[in-house]
Design a protein around this ligand. Structure first.
Ligand code: COA
Length: 500
């Protein structure tokens, strides 16, 4: 079994325990690990690091693709291993440490981390820890359920630890397409011209002499935590499906739409599920995370091809997909996140990007990351890579949060991740605001009328009227622009705005 997976001559000499391999990582080092949206993360070495740090404290800079599964970020945070962390996380324990200023979190566009590393702007990577389903004869690493930043981390690090996961299906080999852009200033165009373009190798090519350890594991990925759609989420999906139908009728889209990107989570999943029933055909995805809905669409025959950087599924779907990989083999590609999220490719393919906002303002600016402008939620993830460069940039959010204590539509967002210039369509369960070609005053009217909860609509109308009376291209009452967040901070809700 191990021999079939590990084809590198002399591999036996490199096999060691996770604890022994973890000794290669020392205080102050910069470490890159595999893992993207709870898929394909190195599982044993990070645990060994956490255990060691409880006995003998040390800390590192940890870079990954995106979020890790198996509570690894929580365990590393509790053991105080993380001095610096980038580029994304979704863990509540780590979130607390970030917001307490104990972990320096660098919230980055997911396409950019390896570009910065390659250009020596983030220091030298000491060790990369990469989960693999196989190692080729030349030492090439075949990743498991995600590629993320693994390829560049393995290529750029001084030493590489491979976690060879025997529980991952051998059939994953062949799904990956590894391509690394050339160094600037002589970089050539990246030849992805369609979601199914294969342009690289099915393994990460590295200098085999850098492989310092092979750790044999049998861990499982954490399942996706996507919930079934509730009535508001379903309403958001329904508004978007209706919008796509109208775009087809207006001749702006065909029944194939354009390659779709959908952020992780319940809302994006519900929208993608909605496409199964509609008048759509020969759809494609050029996205980051392939979730249950991707495979539902593939099974329905509506989706012809899906390109992503990871596969994150519910337990039942995961069992079926991993058992029947051959059924999907010719319709799937996993790429480095630098390519799945590449702004140039996103622009070239004309992607329809669907991401979630924490809050949006009356002019269309979107906050996806900071509660009340200060407390980090997860990070910008790939939403910025897609939003600015897509053909249609769509943001979805429920109109209220916390049972109506919070309006997700406010006079002015408390933190800007996506500017008004990057947002074409806003959708809540109330309706859809098409902002294309509108001036700020027109956008405000459309957003307030279509997306805002009826409870908060009069208050936002009052704000907008007062602001317009004062004038300006983008009218504001500056002293009141953040008063909704101030109320939330001091009173725990925004309800005082209803009666002002
Ligand atoms: N102010 C304060 N809190 C708010 C809020 C607002 N305007 N809107 C929502 N919330 C709270 C919710 O009540 C919920 O709190 P809880 O966890 O205590 O229940 C939490 O924020 C999450 O909201 P939810 O409606 O469940 O949305 P979600 O789980 O889909 O997450 C984002 C929304 C924006 C946090 C998430 O999509 C994200 O991290 N986006 C940025 C990264 C990204 O877009 N990735 C996709 C491409 S990689």
């Amino acid at each position: 079994m191990v021999e079939q997976r590990c084809r590198l001559p002399g591999w036996q000499d490199l096999v060691m325990s996770a604890e022994q391999a973890a000794e290669l990582i020392q205080d102050g080092m910069i470490v890159g690990m595999s893992g993207f949206t709870r898929a394909g993360e190195a599982k044993a070495v990070p645990l060994a690091l956490a255990q060691r740090a409880h006995e003998k404290p040390f800390s590192i800079t940890l870079m990954t693709g995106a979020s890790l599964g198996n509570d690894l970020d929580a365990k590393l945070t509790e053991a105080k291993v993380l001095a610096r962390r980038m580029p994304f996380q979704v863990d509540s324990t780590l979130r607390k440490a970030i917001n307490a200023g104990e972990v320096m979190f660098i919230d980055q566009h997911l396409s950019e981390t390896v570009e910065l590393l390659r250009n020596k702007q983030l220091g030298k990577m000491d060790v990369a820890v990469i989960e693999a389903c196989a190692i080729t004869e030349e030492g090439g690493i075949v990743p498991t359920t995600s590629v993320g930043n693994s390829a560049s981390y393995a290529i750029l690090a001084d030493k590489v630890i491979i976690e060879l996961n025997l529980a991952s299906p051998a059939g994953l080999e062949g799904l990956h397409d590894i391509y690394i852009p050339q160094m600037r200033p002589n970089r050539q165009p990246i030849p992805v011209v369609a979601p199914d373009s294969r342009i690289g190798t099915p393994y990460i090519p590295i200098d085999a002499s850098k492989i310092a350890a092979i750790v044999i594991t049998e861990g499982k990925d954490s399942p996706s935590n996507v919930l079934p759609a509730d009535s508001e989420t379903q309403a958001i999906a329904d508004h978007l499906i209706q919008f796509f139908k109208e775009e087809i009728d207006a001749g702006r889209l065909t029944e194939s739409l354009l390659p779709l990107q959908a952020g992780i989570g319940t809302m994006a999943n519900a929208v993608m599920e909605g496409l199964i029933e509609g008048p759509f055909d020969r759809l494609t995805m050029y996205s980051e995370v392939l979730q249950d809905s991707t495979f539902d669409l593939l099974d329905s025959g509506k989706l012809t091809f899906a390109s992503g950087s990871s596969i994150t599924l519910s337990p039942k779907r995961n069992d079926q997909v991993m058992r029947e990989l051959d059924k999907y083999r010719n319709r799937l590609i996993l790429r480095p996140q630098e390519l799945s999220n590449h702004p140039g490719i996103v622009r070239r393919l004309g992607i329809i990007a669907i991401n979630t906002a924490l809050e949006a303002d009356i002019y269309g600016n979107v906050n996806s990351t900071h509660v009340c402008g200060t407390r980090m939620m997860n990070g910008i993830g790939g939403s910025g890579d897609f939003a600015r460069n897509s053909q249609l940039s769509i943001f979805v959010t429920k109109s209220i949060a916390k049972g109506g204590d919070i309006s997700s539509f406010v006079p002015f967002v408390s933190h800007v991740d996506h500017t008004e210039h990057d947002v074409d369509i806003l959708v809540s369960e109330q309706g859809l605001a098409d902002l294309r070609g509108l001036a700020p005053r027109e956008r405000a009217r459309v957003i307030i009328d279509n997306c805002v909860a009826p409870l908060y609509r009069p208050a936002l109308n009052r704000y907008f009227a007062e602001a317009c009376a004062r004038g300006g291209h983008t009218p504001h009452c500056l002293e009141k622009a953040l008063s909704w967040h101030q109320a939330l901070n001091t009173e725990g809700n925004m309800r005082s705005l209803l009666t002002e």
